[in-house]
Ligand binder design. Structure first.
Ligand code: PCD
Length: 782
């Protein structure tokens, strides 16, 4: 397959014509005749037994049409639903509540306000129980058992998982000259898309068809799951994912509210809308990270890294609802060896239940690669600290070399392609690294705190292949369908779904490039299971690696069909035809060609085609990727820290990303900008905090802070291009790279700034209070 960069390019986003005019259609914009509104009653307790629920007063409210409880759902066998990780989750609680904000009852009323008012008329008698909030307490002898609904369950243990070679790693560590160790926490954070989650469900009693407009990143998977769980015929279910206001992993799973909207519509015979508010989204609709990590790194005295050993305690909340391919309970954390050439590595992960919201979604983390990269990039800096070595020098010494690709990692992954030293040097040059270090020395003499942080990351995106990767048995492959109208305009139908990434533009560009027609002549249809072929959806930056690949393949198939039609038009053998952008011509006779538009018209005409050739140019394709794609990058962050207040200012951020061939460089840069901002948010501002009773302390954007332009510097981007050898145009994913790569760069920079105080590590978020605490009691050495 060709790997040479092809000539795509920046074009403005087609979808913005509607977005900048406020003409997008989001789930909450969907309004149907006779539509009712749902509202969710949620638990005020993190852990409590439900003695009784009295819904009589709510039922009597003049505008209330239905009140659902766990008992109502149990009658339909829907009180519990399967999670994406093989656990079950309560749709509405029957026995106990297991986290604050858990769904307890659902009111359906004539308007939003009545539905909310009626929630207050429901009387739940709770018997509070002690709660497990700290994952480190979850396995204690006397810890309350959270999941007593699961038969025979006597503790809060979910799974143990390991990867790598323990014996080999132990051997390396036993003889290593230097071993550095560090505990670190990747705190609980939230994807917090601007549009919260919701659904409008409508069961048409006449046709028996259930239509659900919903905030989903995976419409086809949702349809199949509704069919399996609710026992509805799959062809009678239509999932529509209209415009989505950000997903970031928050919209991969199925939430109780969606199921209640569906049941509400079945029960009332009317369409039912449920849309959560900001606090509900932050408190109950998933979370990300919450990994307590212990890392060890072994090296020689002169800084050759030899091995890594890692233990993780993973807090999964009250139900194991993590989103990742089935065979990967710790997601893709297994790539924790990062970008380095080492001898041996081992890691073990233990998952536990706590009385916190369920989930563990892939919030811009490619299934926990964010955690993995944070771990290894912090460890490398800790090692540099212990060795007294420059962190750039240490990375230079240990990065994988170009000739090692395709690289089989110590934990069984095959990195497809890379030139890491080039990316690192490009970033250091852009940053003016030597100059920055000189400036830092000068400032330190004056007692000013300036920090320079480096991170180097390897991502693994584009799940399948389907033999290794599935979600609840559905293999991760994608279909595409391309129709070419008689006048040469095209419609591409995709299984993946944009939440803001600009697919209507980039996927049109992919077709345009292959067929040699303008991108404006290609319409992209997605987000509607009735109109698109099956596929697993958009997350883990898989759209370009998987759906992008199948798009190129289906367009090439159309091009080959066009060749046969052209050969009939020109009365020559197809073998005598040559392609140039937009037309087939007879080899040696440039003037003889037929454009794709002429061919499309002929394909619908009375042109005589060979016996076995159908008319039309339309084609379909399914692509099961042979491997993931491995984008990578080198980041340099410069911060200034105010020693008095602990305030961190990110002064510069240099990001060199390599995602192979870029389809639309402007969109790629936008993806990187967004991810970098997110990284600053996680490193410096964000944590889903709880008090010891399990009260959620960050239910609004007053407490859970989103980074704004004020916290972000003017990003300085660079790029290298190392095509993926197996992707038809050499593209790799980019959507999550910057969220994966940036948090360690920021943290490394802050810790570097605190060097004069001898600080070696501090956990995120590095708020002013955290920074201030880190230096307390430490003498300043200039
Ligand atoms: N691209 C280009 N080139 C290349 C790559 C890429 O151009 N080479 C572009 C494409 O096409 C698109 C974008 O860029 O448009 C992106 O891509 P990707 O990487 O493939 O990815 P996707 O799949 O599409 O997406 C997904 C991602 C994710 S995953 C996330 S988180 C985030 C990101 O995406 N999210 C979001 N980004 C974004 N953006 C926006 N605006 N919004 C959102 O929501 Mo997960 O798993 O879900 O957690």
């Amino acid at each position: 397959m060709t790997t040479a960069p092809v000539g795509h390019g920046t074009m403005l986003r087609k979808e913005d014509a509607r977005f900048i005019r406020g003409r997008g259609t989001y789930v909450d914009d969907v309004t149907l005749p006779g539509m009712l509104y749902g509202a969710m009653l949620r638990s005020p307790y993190a852990h409590a037994r439900i003695a009784s629920i009295d819904i009589s007063a709510a039922r009597a409210h003049p505008k209330v049409r239905a009140v659902l409880t766990g008992d109502t759902l149990a009658g339909l066998n829907l009180a519990w639903m399967p999670t994406l990780s093989g656990d079950v989750q309560a749709v509405l609680a029957t026995d106990k509540v297991r986290f604050q904000g858990q769904e307890v009852a659902f009111v359906v009323a004539e308007d939003r306000y009545a539905a909310r008012d009626a929630l207050e008329l429901i009387d739940v008698d709770y018997e509070p129980l002690p709660a497990v909030i700290d994952a480190r307490q979850a396995l204690a002898e006397d810890a309350p058992v959270i999941r007593d609904d699961l038969e025979g369950r006597t503790d809060n243990h979910i799974f143990d998982w390991e990867t790598g070679d323990k014996a080999a790693a132990d051997e390396v560590f036993a003889t290593a000259e230097v071993v550095s160790k560090q505990d670190m926490l990747y705190p609980r954070v939230h994807p917090a898309p601007l549009e919260t989650c919701g659904a409008v469900a409508h069961l048409d009693k006449v046709t028996g068809k259930l239509t659900v407009w919903t905030t989903t990143q995976a419409p086809h998977a949702h349809r199949t799951l509704y069919a399996i769980v609710a026992g509805l015929p799959e062809h009678k279910i239509r999932i529509i994912s209209p415009d989505i206001g950000g997903g970031f992993g928050n919209k991969v799973g199925i939430y109780p509210g969606y199921v209640c909207a569906v049941v509400g519509s079945i029960v009332t015979g009317k369409p039912v809308k449920w849309m959560e508010d900001r606090s509900e989204n932050l408190m109950s609709t998933s979370f990300a990270r919450d990994y307590h990590m212990h890392g060890e790194i072994a090296s020689t005295r002169d800084g050759k890294i030899l091995g890594l050993r890692v233990q993780v305690l993973a807090d999964h909340g009250a139900f194991n609802g993590t989103a990742q391919p089935t065979k990967f309970p710790a997601g893709f954390f297994g790539v924790f060896t990062g970008s380095y050439d080492l001898t041996a590595a081992h890691c073990s992960v233990t998952g536990v239940y706590t009385n916190k919201a369920p989930g563990g979604v892939a919030y811009a983390c490619s299934f926990r690669i964010t955690e993995a990269v944070y771990l290894v990039e912090r460890l490398v800096d800790v090692l540099a600290f212990d060795l007294g070595m420059d962190p750039a020098e240490l990375r230079r010494k240990n990065l994988l070399r170009p000739e090692q690709f395709p690289y089989p990692s110590r934990t069984g992954w095959e990195y497809d392609s890379g030139d890491y030293p080039r990316a690192l040097e490009t970033a250091l040059d852009l940053a003016g690294y030597a100059g920055l270090r000189a400036e830092q020395r000068e400032k330190r003499e004056r007692g000013e705190l300036m920090g320079i942080g480096i991170s180097f990351f390897t991502e693994a995106v584009g799940a399948g292949p389907r033999k290794h990767m599935d979600i609840l048995g559905l293999g991760m492959a994608d279909g595409a369908e391309l129709r070419v109208h008689p006048t040469g305009k095209a419609v591409l139908r995709l299984s993946c779904q944009s939440q803001g990434q600009g697919h209507e533009t980039t996927f049109a560009q992919l077709v345009a490039e292959q067929l040699g027609i303008p991108p404006d002549d290609v319409d992209v249809v997605h987000g509607d299971t009735d109109q698109t072929p099956f596929g697993l959806g958009t997350y883990g930056s898989r759209s370009t690696p998987v759906s992008g690949a199948v798009t190129v393949m289906v367009a090439r198939k159309v091009r080959e069909r066009a060749r046969i039609v052209a050969s009939a038009m020109l009365e020559v053998s197809p073998d005598d035809l040559e392609w140039e952008k937009g037309r087939w011509f007879v080899r040696g006779d440039q003037a003889s060609g037929r454009t794709i538009q002429e061919i499309a018209l002929a394909a619908h005409s009375d042109l005589e085609l060979p016996e076995d050739v159908e008319g039309h140019l339309d084609a379909t394709c399914v692509y099961n990727p042979p491997n993931l794609t491995y984008p990578f990058g080198a980041y340099v962050c410069v911060v200034d820290v105010d020693a008095g207040t602990g305030q961190v200012k990110v002064r510069r951020f240099v990001a060199v990303d390599d995602c192979g061939v870029r389809i639309n460089p402007m969109i790629v840069e936008g993806q990187i900008h967004g991810g970098l901002a997110d990284g600053i948010g996680m490193a410096l501002m964000q944590v889903m905090a709880f008090d010891e009773d399990g009260n959620h302390l960050g239910g609004s954007f007053m407490d859970y802070l989103l980074p704004t332009a004020k916290e972000c510097p003017s990003w300085e981007l660079g790029e290298t291009v190392t095509p993926s050898p197996h992707h038809p145009i050499g593209a790799k994913g980019i959507g999550e790279s910057a969220t994966v790569g940036s948090p360690p760069a920021v943290v490394n920079a802050v810790i570097d700034a605190l060097r004069p105080y001898g600080v070696r590590h501090a956990d995120m978020p590095l708020t002013p209070a955290a920074v201030w605490s880190a230096v307390q009691g430490r003498p300043l050495r200039t």
